[in-house]
Design a protein around this ligand. Structure first.
Ligand code: C2E
Ligand code: CA
Ligand code: CA
Length: 689
């Protein structure tokens, strides 16, 4: 007993019933700054007066001893007896009595807790400060005893959800039970991550049901501040911040970023997300899906003639029609303008898909009622299939676009499926586009001239300038192949200008040599009409060369007239004012509207080759050509028949009063020198055609 007393790591003592110190173990001696028990006992007389910084503590100690006969966990600040340094201690003591119950002596232990007490104290203080700070910042504070489920919520914490102080119990379930079901799992996960030490701070955003049954978004943050011996959390404190407004703003931004405002459909960005999801689904369950590009035909005309508001109405209605013809799991997105994209999932049967696409076409071809007007548009569809045609979003888009191009080219109001040949053609176009870039500088172009014969006199009255590209590797590349590339890349602007200048120089020479009224016609692409660059007007350039404006006829297609914006009309008017003739190419293949002919003061129409090709006595095409000629003459226009290949065709054209003929029967397009030889040869046979 004595030795245990002696070697106890905490202080131990015995004092007499009167309170005189009788024994002190080594720890207690050392704690008081003495070197031996004897020295200490000699220095101390009565225990009572010795230690407590606050003398009241001694009285409290004695009172407890009086009532219970013992004291435990008694924490006080004391002086080390010898050095008068202050320390915090925890003591326990009891009275040892004889059989009659009178006190023999007291024994007690004393533990130096200065270090742990100081940290606890500062923790409590900072906690209080923190709670105060949080409450005043508008955040609610919670203090959760994890294992018992008790939880204290600050006044503000209850206010956030519209509750009075007393309306929320001090239990964890009181708020946890109001968490949105969709958020509960993530909240649990975030808590566990913090409990396990994976995250230094707990952080979770969730919705809480308010008193008025609305939902509030809160950000909850917290830390575990006490754990049991096994490391399990005992107590956790944290805050709730109301983030409802931020969430609403975020949701708004998200909607704007992902949906089209006009139609409410997913936009390009959302489509990509949906398509990526759909692709990975299709991959895992091994099904097909279709990506369909939809483009409204003639939308631009509605917009131009009826105004943007009508155009918007049409788009909204079109969006609804497309949506109605699809299944619930399919996606319709608006890509911008009049372009839509569909993602059709679970394509099992190609025939079923075609029926569905046909359904879209039929819906779009029905009349649209826009306020007082009824308009008709149609749609063109391009289809690419996963995984048959492509497996990536990029390639599916590209292929659907190529197919759409085909659908439009084939006359619109139809669908076209992607084929590998399309891809090959597209690749070819890409290579050509790259080569075309250097063609002008590389002097790879040549302008050839095809004679146009006055059918009444048999004289070569004019010529059409046609472009040739001598590709260094491929040889001669047909304009049919490269003009559209030059148009879509914008290169047609420079190329077209160059052709014009060649033709202008040529016509100057030939007017001197053959006929002062000789005329060369030059094809002008719609793209050139939309370009507002700083090039001098063609008429201006002609005048500068001392030429009459009428030396050049500008050949345009109906497309130019259809897209008759103010800029195009001005451009045409400027050409006419400068004296240039306007010639309408490929007549009969497009809209063939008489009103256009008059409105834009066209001089010449060129009957398309497709009519001339099938000319025969009593054929419908003969009747058609005759009608065109009569009508044109009525309007004061002259007529050129293109693609005259046979004597019979020529004779029939003369018979129905056509003014001019152009075609292989007379001559193929010729280089400038060959053209001159041709002219010389004809001069010899004078006037015989
Ligand atoms: P286009 O303006 O309709 O030109 C007439 C086309 O018919 C020319 O084809 C010509 O060679 C061809 N042709 C002439 N007579 C006959 C015939 O008797 N039978 C047949 N089967 N064809 C005949 P080319 O030169 O291949 O030009 C094709 C198209 O390329 C032109 O059609 C025109 O749209 C475009 N093009 C040609 N040169 C230019 C140019 O400098 N600028 C622009 N923008 N387009 C051009
Ligand atoms: Ca032409
Ligand atoms: Ca033509």
């Amino acid at each position: 007993m004595l030795s245990l007393f002696e070697f106890l790591p905490i202080g131990a003592y015995r004092s007499s019933a009167e309170g005189r110190l009788e024994r002190a173990n080594a720890s207690w001696v050392k704690m008081n700054g003495y070197s031996s028990e004897a020295e200490m006992l000699a220095a101390i007389d009565r225990v009572a007066e010795a230690w407590y910084v606050d003398p009241q503590r001694h009285l409290a100690f004695m009172a407890q001893m009086e009532t219970h006969g013992y004291v435990v966990n008694f924490v006080s600040e004391i002086y080390r007896h010898k050095t008068r340094e202050r320390i915090w201690i925890r003591e326990a003591a009891h009275a040892v009595r004889d059989e009659q119950g009178s006190i023999l002596y007291y024994e007690g232990t004393v533990e130096d807790i200065t270090e742990s007490y100081a940290t606890q104290l500062s923790l409590e203080q900072s906690e209080e400060r923190w709670k105060l700070a949080m409450d005043s910042s508008g955040d609610g504070v919670w203090d959760w005893y994890v294992q018992t489920g008790d939880e204290y919520f600050s006044k503000r914490c209850k206010e956030i959800y519209g509750f009075e102080e007393h309306e929320i119990a001090n239990r964890a379930e009181a708020l946890d039970g109001r968490t949105h079901l969709d958020d509960a799992l993530q909240m649990q996960r975030d808590r566990e991550d913090h409990f396990s030490g994976k995250t230094p701070v707990y952080r979770n955003e969730h919705r809480v049901l308010c008193k008025d049954n609305t939902w509030k978004w809160v950000l909850s943050r917290g830390i575990v501040i006490a754990r049991d011996a096994d490391g399990n959390p005992l107590r956790m404190i944290g805050t709730h911040s109301d983030i409802t407004e931020r969430k609403a703003a975020e949701a708004q931004i998200w909607r704007q970023a992902n949906f089209d405002l006009l139609t409410g459909l997913p936009n390009r960005r959302m489509l990509r997300t949906r398509l990526e999801e759909a692709l990975s689904r299709s991959k895992s369950v091994d099904t097909k899906l279709a990506v369909v590009f939809v483009d409204l035909d003639h939308f631009k005309e509605v917009n131009d003639t009826l105004g943007h508001e009508a155009g918007d109405l049409l788009l909204v209605e079109a969006a609804q029609r497309i949506q109605k013809s699809l299944g619930g799991s399919d996606t319709v997105a608006r890509m911008g303008g009049d372009e839509f994209t569909l993602v059709i999932n679970h394509v099992t049967d190609p025939v079923a898909l075609e029926i569905q696409l046909q359904g879209v076409l039929e819906k779009m071809a029905q009349a649209f009622s826009l306020r007082t007007e009824q308009v008709f548009v149609s749609a063109s569809l391009g289809v690419a299939l996963y995984p048959d045609d492509a497996t990536s979003v990029e390639d599916l888009f590209k292929h659907a676009d190529q197919a759409l191009y085909v659908a439009k080219g084939a006359g619109r109001n139809r669908y076209a499926f992607f084929t590998p040949a399309l891809e090959e053609a597209a690749q070819n176009r890409l290579r050509l586009a790259a080569d075309l870039r250097g063609a002008l500088a590389g002097k790879e172009f040549e302008v050839v001239y095809q004679p146009i014969i006055n059918l009444a006199t048999g004289r070569v009255a004019k010529a059409e300038a046609l472009l040739r590209w001598h590709h260094p590797q491929r040889g001669l590349v047909s304009p049919a192949q490269f003009i559209s590339i030059a148009e879509s890349t914008g290169m047609i602007i420079d190329i077209g200008e160059w052709v014009f200048q060649q033709a202008a120089a040529q016509v100057a020479q030939w007017q001197k040599r053959f006929d002062p009224h000789f005329q060369i016609s030059v094809n002008k692409s719609p793209v050139q009409f939309h370009y507002r660059g700083g090039q001098a007007s063609w008429a201006g350039q002609l005048h500068a060369m001392g030429l009459d404006g009428n030396s050049i006829a500008v050949e345009i297609t109906e497309g130019v007239l259809l897209e008759s914006g103010a800029a195009v009309a001005q451009h045409l008017a400027a050409l006419r004012a400068g004296g240039c003739a306007i010639s309408l190419d490929d007549f009969g293949t497009g809209y063939s509207s008489l009103t256009y002919l008059q409105r834009f003061a066209i001089d010449v129409i060129k009957i398309d080759q497709s009519f001339v090709r099938n000319l025969a006595t009593r054929s419908t095409d003969l009747a058609l050509c005759r009608a065109i000629i009569v009508m044109a003459h009525e309007l004061g226009l002259s007529v050129v028949a293109e693609g005259v290949e046979t004597e019979e065709q020529r004779d029939l054209l003369i018979e129905i009063g056509c003014d001019y003929g152009q075609g292989y029967w007379f001559a193929k397009p010729l280089g400038a020198h060959a053209f001159e030889l041709f002219m010389a040869a004809r001069a010899d046979v004078s006037n015989i055609i």
